[in-house]
Design a protein around this ligand. Structure first.
Ligand code: FES
Length: 129
């Protein structure tokens, strides 16, 4: 079983945000807390931007050999449990494709993009000029 990485944009800023701390940074902190309590086996990594700045807060699920999914529209204070639930569903798949009916509503509504699994070190002959 591969380890799922949850990337969190720590730079996301919510429109209605009055906190001096960015919404994305608050989401990161909240996720750290939920993961510590749950003991979930995930890797959490903060990133500066996932290029989905108009749909804060944004996260991505990724793992070797699996599709990467990018999601947005998460509330920083209430979304960590849902994100962790989604990450567990993602981890349980072989390819990263969570069946639609199993996805929490926030993942159905918040899906932004999916990217195919990366290919490790293609041979020169496999690269199109
Ligand atoms: S600032 Fe969060 S996706 Fe760009």
């Amino acid at each position: 079983m591969t380890i799922t990485t949850i990337y969190v944009c720590t730079n996301c800023k919510a429109a209605e945000d009055t906190s001096p701390e960015r919404a994305g940074a608050r989401l990161m902190t909240a996720l750290e807390g939920v993961i510590a309590i749950s003991g979930a086996k995930v890797r959490l990594e903060g990133v500066e931007c996932l290029s989905v700045c108009k749909r804060p807060c944004t996260v991505a699920f990724s793992a070797p050999g699996k599709w990467t999914y990018v999601y947005g529209d998460f509330a920083p204070d209430s979304a960590p449990e849902t994100i962790l639930e989604g990450a567990a569903l993602y981890a349980a798949t072989d390819d990263g494709l969570i069946p639609w009916k199993q996805r929490p509503d926030a993942l159905k509504k918040g899906v932004i993009a999916r990217l195919p699994p990366s290919v490790s070190s293609p041979k020169a002959s496999e690269i199109t000029p």
